[in-house]
Write a new protein. Structure first.
Length: 217
């Protein structure tokens, strides 16, 4: 009887798993036009940043509300992210398929990929949590990545591990399609939320407030 009690760890785990499943379905559906992937990702971050501290409320309602609120910035950011990701793909295809390639080209590919990660890693969580200009959000993302480099490296390692597990075989790939994106978003949110709270405490600016300048770390 205790196992199925509303406050039991098992029931909480099942409820959270269902929330993640439902959130991933919403993310997939709202991302279908492709151009809306950015807004959908911001909406997912808006919910998962609250999930970290169990503040999310009704997942579906929160997601739709955040999707509408962050549509413009999320879409604009995706128009920046998509070409950068495609450029990374092309560069690494050249590096992998080339028979003899200069070390400087490989180094350039690594540096470019790292910059793409730094620009994008904290932008979508920031759009979901703060009111700010896109220019400052991107600037803050790079600044946070360097200032909290150990946490940034931890995110990269954990996400890379999740991607490896998801792509391990066709069964894990299927499971990855069902819940993979949200697990990745939730992983980033768990670490990013701690960083944001620390910055907010330092700046005395709670999440969601207007911030037209950079976040001081």
């Amino acid at each position: 009887m205790g196992m199925f009690n509303q406050n039991s760890g098992f029931v909480k785990f099942v409820n959270r798993a269902l929330d993640v499943l439902w959130l991933n379905l919403l993310w997939l559906v709202f991302s279908l036009p492709l151009i809306t992937i950015g807004a959908s990702t911001c909406a997912a971050f808006s919910v998962t940043l609250k999930m970290v501290d169990e503040e999310e409320g009704y997942v579906g309602r929160q997601f739709v509300k955040a999707f509408k609120e962050n549509f413009k910035q999320g879409t604009l950011m995706w128009l920046i992210t998509a070409p950068l990701l495609y450029a990374c793909y092309i560069i690494w295809q050249v590096v992998i398929k080339a028979d003899d390639i200069n070390f400087l080209v490989i180094l350039g590919a690594i540096i470019f990929s790292a910059l793409v990660i730094l620009v994008n890693l904290y932008t979508y969580p920031q759009i979901a949590r703060y009111k700010n200009t896109l220019k400052n959000i991107v600037k803050n993302s790079v600044g946070i990545s360097f200032t909290y480099y150990t946490k940034t490296l931890l995110i990269i390692v954990l996400v890379a591990l999740e991607v490896v597990i998801i792509s391990w075989n066709r069964y894990t790939l299927l499971a990855g399609i069902i819940v993979g994106p949200e697990f990745i978003i939730y992983t980033i949110s768990g670490i990013a939320k701690k960083i944001f709270l620390r910055i907010e405490k330092h700046n005395n600016t709670p999440g969601g407030t207007e911030n037209t300048g950079t976040i001081n770390q």
